[in-house]
Write a protein that binds this ligand. Structure first.
Ligand SMILES: Cc1cc2nc3c(=O)[nH]c(=O)nc-3n(C[C@H](O)[C@H](O)[C@H](O)COP(=O)(O)OP(=O)(O)OC[C@H]3O[C@@H](n4cnc5c(N)ncnc54)[C@H](O)[C@@H]3O)c2cc1C
Length: 426
C-alpha cells in the first residue's frame, strides 16, 4: 500500500478545498489535496480552467504554491490522523497532522411515480453528463425541482442546444419575489441573475409547480406537472430534476465531527468539534461558490496559524451566510411534496424498496433492518435525504467503508478485524 505523510491534508478539490489548500500552502505548510474526480474544480468548475476564469486563477495558484494533487476517494479512517483513499488501481494511506474537509454537496432527489425511468436525471447530473460529452442538441428537456441550480442547469443546457420545455420551481412566487429583493444587497448575485435572465429569455418558468409522474416505455416520454393546482403533461426527452442540495457529511461523521441540523458545526476559524479537523464549503451549509471560497480561505489561514488574516474575512463570510439562510428559507420544500410517492413508488433504488414497504416503520434504523433500505451501493446517499423529508427520519449514521471499496483495498488494512466487524451484515 502506498503511504504518504502530509502536514495538511485537504479532502475535496472544489472551490472550498482549493482555496483552503492555496492559503495553507502559501503560508508555508506542506499540503496535499485529494479529490475523486479526474480534475480539480468540484461540481461547479469540473476541471474547466480556461485562462482568465476564476477557476483557472485558483488552479494556477495551487500549482505554483506546490500543493500535492492526489486522485482518489477517502473511504476509511483506520486510526486517528490516517485516512485511506482508493483510486482506480491502488489504495493509498494518507497520514496528516491537520485535516480540512471540503467534501461539498450533492443533489436531493424525491421519489415520484416514474422517477427511476431512464432519462429522468438529477439536474446537476444531466449537466455533468453534457459536460462530459452527452449530446443534448435538439433534445427537449423539462427542468424541475427547486433551487437556483435549476436556472444554471437550464441556461447551460440551452447554450448547448437543448430546448427547455419548462422550468418548474416548487417555491411560490411570493418567496421568489422576497428572495429577489434580498439579492439587491449582493451585486455579484444581481449580475449572475441578470445573466441567467438574458440566457433564459423566452423559456417558460413556472413557480408553484412540481413533477407528479414521469411516463414512458424504454425512456421517459412525458412528465405530468402539478402547476398552480392543475395538471399539465409535457412531452420531453429528458427530465432534469433536483430538489436543492444536501451537504456531504459522511467523512466528517466517520471522524466524529459534531453535526447540527444536517451540517458540520464549525467555530469562527472553521474548526470542527474534533481537534485539528477543519471543515469548509457546503458540508457546513449550502451557500454557493462565493461562501465556499471564503470559508476555504479562512480554514487555510487558520490551519497555518494565521488567525489575524483569517479574521479579516469574517465580515465577508457573515454576509454570504446571511444569503445562505435566505436561500434555505426560499427553497424549503413544501409539504405537498410528501404526497408525491404512491404505494408502489420505489424509494430506495439500489435495493428496490417501495414506499409501501417503508411508511409503517418507526425510524431509519428499523427500516434498514427490515427492508435493506439504504444498504445498497449508494449507502443511503439518495434515499436517506428523501426519507428524512418524507418520514422525518434521521439518517445520519455512517460506518466504514464510507464508500464501496474493492476487497483487495480492504484486505490490505491493518485493522482487518475492525472492518470485518463493522461491515458484517451489510
Ligand atoms: C451536481 C451539482 C452541480 C452544480 N452545478 C452548479 C452550477 O452549474 N453553478 C453553480 O453556481 N453552482 C453549482 N453547484 C453548486 C456548487 O457546487 C457550490 O455552490 C460550490 O461550488 C460548492 O463548492 P465546494 O468546494 O463546497 O464543494 P464541491 O464543489 O462539491 O467540491 C467537493 C469535492 O469533494 C469531492 N469529494 C467528496 N467526498 C470525497 C471523498 N470522500 N474523497 C475524495 N473526494 C471527495 C467531490 O467529488 C467534489 O469534487 C452544483 C452543485 C452540485 C451538487
Amino acid at each position: 500500500m502506498m503511504r504518504q505523510r502530509l502536514e495538511v491534508l485537504v479532502v475535496g478539490g472544489g472551490p472550498a478545498g482549493m482555496a483552503a489548500a492555496v492559503r495553507a500552502a502559501e503560508s508555508g505548510q506542506r499540503v496535499g489535496i485529494i479529490d475523486d474526480n479526474e480534475a480539480l474544480g468540484g461540481q461547479i468548475w469540473r476541471g474547466r480552467s480556461e485562462a482568465g476564469t476564476e477557476a483557472s486563477g485558483w488552479i494556477t495558484r495551487l500549482r505554483s504554491s506546490g500543493v500535492n494533487v492526489l486522485r482518489g476517494r477517502i473511504f476509511h479512517q483506520p486510526e486517528p490522523h490516517v485516512l485511506l483513499a482508493e483510486a482506480d488501481d491502488f489504495v493509498r494511506e494518507l497520514s496528516y497532522e491537520k485535516l480540512i474537509l471540503a467534501t461539498g454537496a450533492r443533489e436531493r432527489f424525491l421519489p415520484f411515480p416514474g422517477w427511476t425511468l431512464p432519462n429522468v436525471m438529477g439536474a446537476g447530473g444531466l449537466q455533468a453528463m453534457v459536460k462530459c460529452g452527452l449530446p443534448i442538441q435538439g433534445k427537449r428537456v423539462v427542468v424541475a425541482g427547486t433551487g437556483p441550480l435549476l436556472l444554471a442547469v437550464a441556461a447551460y443546457l440551452r447554450r448547448h442546444g437543448a430546448e427547455i420545455a419548462m422550468i418548474c420551481e416548487q417555491a411560490s412566487w411570493a418567496s421568489l419575489a422576497w428572495f429577489g429583493m434580498a439579492l439587491l444587497t449582493y451585486p455579484s448575485k444581481i449580475f449572475q441573475g441578470l445573466q441567467l435572465k438574458r440566457e433564459l429569455a423566452g423559456t417558460r418558468f413556472s413557480p408553484n409547480s412540481w413533477p407528479v409522474a414521469a411516463r414512458g416505455t424504454a425512456t421517459i416520454e412525458s412528465v405530468t406537472i402539478s402547476r398552480r393546482g392543475k395538471s399539465e403533461t409535457i412531452q420531453c426527452d429528458y427530465l432534469a430534476c433536483g430538489f436543492h442540495l444536501v451537504p456531504n457529511i459522511e467523512v466528517p461523521l466517520v471522524l466524529g465531527c459534531e453535526i447540527q441540523e444536517g451540517c458540520v458545526r464549525v467555530d469562527d476559524f472553521q474548526r470542527t468539534s474534533v481537534a485539528e479537523v477543519f471543515c469548509a464549503g457546503e458540508p457546513t451549509g449550502i451557500g454557493g461558490v462565493e461562501l465556499s471560497l471564503v470559508e476555504g480561505e479562512i480554514a487555510g489561514f487558520a490551519v497555518a496559524g494565521r488567525l489575524a488574516e483569517a479574521s479579516i474575512l469574517f465580515g465577508k463570510r457573515e454576509k454570504l451566510r446571511l444569503f445562505a439562510k435566505r436561500l434555505d428559507r426560499t427553497f424549503r420544500l413544501r409539504s405537498e411534496l410528501r404526497n408525491l410517492p404512491q404505494p408502489e413508488t420505489i424509494v430506495c433504488r439500489c435495493e428496490d424498496i417501495r414506499y409501501s414497504h417503508l411508511r409503517d416503520h418507526m425510524n431509519w434504523r428499523a427500516a434498514k433492518l427490515q427492508t435493506r433500505c439504504g444498504m445498497g451501493a449508494c449507502q443511503g446517499r439518495v434515499c436517506g435525504p428523501a426519507t428524512q423529508f418524507l418520514f422525518k427520519w434521521n439518517s445520519e449514521s455512517v460506518r466504514p467503508p464510507i464508500f464501496p471499496a474493492r476487497i483487495e483495498s480492504l484486505a490490505g488494512l491493518n485493522s482487518k478485524q475492525e472492518l470485518c466487524e463493522t461491515t458484517g451484515g451489510r
